[in-house]
Design a binder for this molecule. Structure first.
Ligand code: MD3
Ligand code: FE
Length: 210
């Protein structure tokens, strides 16, 4: 990230291996890239293995995309909706994810998957672990855009106490090492209107899947 016109960049450590980089992702080109990706591989509701619809709408970019259906959770090189490869990871996405990871103490991050989540008011993501990736040594980088949300962050055990953190447009969170298998989730999105995204929150989650 080149500039900080408004002086809003700030590092906010939230626990061992986890840091919020506030205002790290304010470049408007990111949202143009999201629109481009969704023009190729549209946002859609996926199904859980149990047959329920996931409330968050999802798409992906990069060599691998996260997919959920009746057969389970996994990474796939092709979009099951289009039958084509997921859109390429934009150069700016890759740079942003690598810079954020290095800034938080994880140099050499090479994400091959970017899950793009879209939330509308009333939608949440329940507490879960990210454990579908082969390489759990690599960190995860998450970028929040649009409407604010409350993020819940616990420990490696399901019953560990949870802390809440507000995530706003432009915030980036990096998780690695002892935080990599932490339970986490997003509380029900509140009503609102964001000047750049309207009544939605977009989250980019960069991972090393294989
Ligand atoms: C903490 N997404 O897609 S990103 C997900 O905002 C996901 O859409 C949320 O959790 C969202 O899996 C939260 C923050 C996040 C991502 C991965 C983590 C937090 C994490 C992995 C380990 C610990
Ligand atoms: Fe997650």
């Amino acid at each position: 990230m080149k500039t900080d016109l408004f002086g809003t960049r700030r590092d906010d450590p939230i626990g061992p291996g986890a840091m919020i980089l506030r205002g790290f992702a304010l470049d408007p080109a990111i949202l143009a890239d999201v629109a481009h990706i969704a023009g190729i591989s549209p946002f859609r509701h996926m199904q859980t293995p149990g047959g329920r619809q996931i409330g968050v709408e999802m798409t992906n970019c990069g060599a691998l995309g996260w997919v959920s259906d009746r057969h389970g959770y996994r990474y796939e090189p092709d979009d099951p909706l289009t039958g084509r490869p997921w859109p390429e990871m934009p150069a700016g996405f890759l740079r942003l994810a690598q810079e954020a990871a290095a800034h938080a103490g994880f140099p050499g991050f090479r994400p091959d998957a970017c899950l793009v989540n879209r939330y509308v008011p009333g939608v949440k993501m329940g507490l879960h672990q990210d454990r579908d990736e082969a390489d759990l040594d690599a960190p995860i980088v998450s970028v929040s855009l649009g409407l604010p949300a409350t993020f819940q962050f616990g420990g490696p055990q399901r019953g560990d106490p949870v802390k809440k953190h507000a995530l706003e447009h432009g915030d980036v969170v990096v998780w690695g090492g002892p935080a990599r298998l932490a339970w986490h989730g997003i509380l029900t999105l509140k009503r609102g209107e964001h000047p750049l995204t309207g009544a939605t929150r977009i989250n980019l989650t960069f991972r090393r899947a294989r």
